[in-house]
Design a binder for this molecule. Structure first.
Ligand code: KG4
Ligand code: ZN
Length: 362
């Protein structure tokens, strides 16, 4: 089935953002017709982390209204849709169920194909929302639940090249923010503080840098940050220094491993494109470091616009539309999955264990 124009509603509910968007693929290119997000940051602020039950309930309460808004923004009715996509995992299971069931209900009521999208595939394809990025490309996916290098050969064709063996980079940002008592979303708060600090002030480890391969580790870094925070009085100055030093350590680890990944990928393809996606890719200092690394290696560097780095529904609608264009769709009894590796083959042959807000980081 090869259709000229495909218009897909996407729904994202895997963590603490409720989102709905409409994306259109046509010979003219990719258009985001609407893109709505309702953040739950306030709902969880009291608890110092995302509470799954609160998240699931908030998704259920907000979804209908948000979908209505996304459809109105796009200026289309149900008959204007070619399919409905929703994140089917990995993520907090209650939230994933809320979004996926809503998509199933729409699909059933309107006789539309359902696209059960892997959230990681959404991130992996997100650069294609704003730019023409041809396959294959090297992807560094860095988010709150995941940190991995993936060789993206095409829609549905993902080969994991390496990944964190413990915490995700975003999780380390969030824990650092919490340890230092910073208010608001972890990553942006640390980035803001880091601007005022000295990156050489606090000595922090760069785990696994001396080891070959593309695996990464961030939990030792988190422990070192805790020690640094307890060692001296936490003045504003000290807090900024810890943030700057922490951010520099993460950037060192990711840029060092990225340069190695680019080297590896030159053996797999002649096409030299390096993409960074996921929430942590919104970090300006990190983007600059990775961009410099790509330039050095002779790679084109691509990072999605900030709003499509962090969780959003446009990337889910896009992944759905790309799959629909290939003639793919999913049955209405497709289950929601708390865990769902992007590359099932490598995940089974070389499993990486870990627990976190989104389950196994591989
Ligand atoms: O992709 P995302 O929205 O959700 C997941 O799929 O996990 O990523 C969220 C993560 C959080 O850990 C957040 O702290 C981090 O991305 N993040 C950042 C920044 N903005 C968001 N980390 C560093 N710097 C930022 N500016
Ligand atoms: Zn995400």
């Amino acid at each position: 089935m090869m259709q000229d124009t495909l218009t897909v509603l996407g729904i994202e509910t895997s963590c603490d953002e409720t989102a709905a968007a409409v994306v259109r693929l046509s010979p003219a290119g990719t258009e985001v017709l609407s893109d709505r997000i309702a953040s739950q940051t306030e709902d969880h602020a009291l608890y110092g982390g995302v509470v799954p039950e609160i998240a699931a309930r908030a998704h259920v309460e907000r979804l209908d209204g948000l979908i209505r808004l996304a459809m109105a923004d796009a200026g289309i009715g149900w008959e204007g849709l070619s399919g409905v996509a929703a994140t089917a995992g990995p993520g907090l299971i209650g939230g994933v169920m809320a979004g996926l069931s809503t998509a199933k209900a729409i699909a059933l009521a309107r006789g539309l194909p359902l696209l059960a999208v892997n959230h990681l595939e959404g991130h992996a394809l997100s650069p294609r929302l704003a730019e023409d990025v041809a396959f294959p490309y090297l992807l560094l996916l860095v988010s709150g639940g995941h940190c991995q290098f993936v060789f993206v050969e095409g829609v549905g064709k993902y080969q994991r090249l390496g990944s964190t063996i413990d915490d995700a980079a975003g999780e380390a940002f969030d824990k650092t923010a919490k340890l230092l008592g910073l208010a608001g979303a972890g990553g942006p708060a640390v980035e803001r503080e880091a601007l005022e600090g000295d990156a050489d002030a606090v000595e922090l480890p760069r785990p696994l840098l001396d080891r070959p391969g593309l695996d990464m580790s961030f939990s030792g870094l988190k422990t070192a940050v805790r020690r640094a925070a307890e060692e001296e009085k936490l003045t504003e100055r000290r807090r900024a220094d810890i943030c700057a030093s922490f951010q520099a350590a993460v950037a060192d680890i990711l840029s060092h491993k990225s340069s190695r990944a680019m080297e590896l990928v030159t053996h797999l393809t002649n096409q030299r494109t390096f993409v960074v996606a996921g929430g942590v890719a919104a970090n300006k200092a990190l983007r600059a470091r990775l961009e410099a690394e790509a330039r050095r290696a002779g790679f084109r560097f691509v990072a999605p616009p900030m709003r499509w780095c962090t969780d959003n529904a446009a990337m889910i609608a896009l992944a759905g539309a790309e799959r629909l264009r290939l003639g793919l769709s999913d049955p209405l009894d497709t289950p929601a999955r708390a865990r769902w590796p992007l590359d099932e083959a490598s995940a089974t042959s070389a499993p990486v264990y870990g627990k976190g807000k989104k389950g196994a980081k591989a």
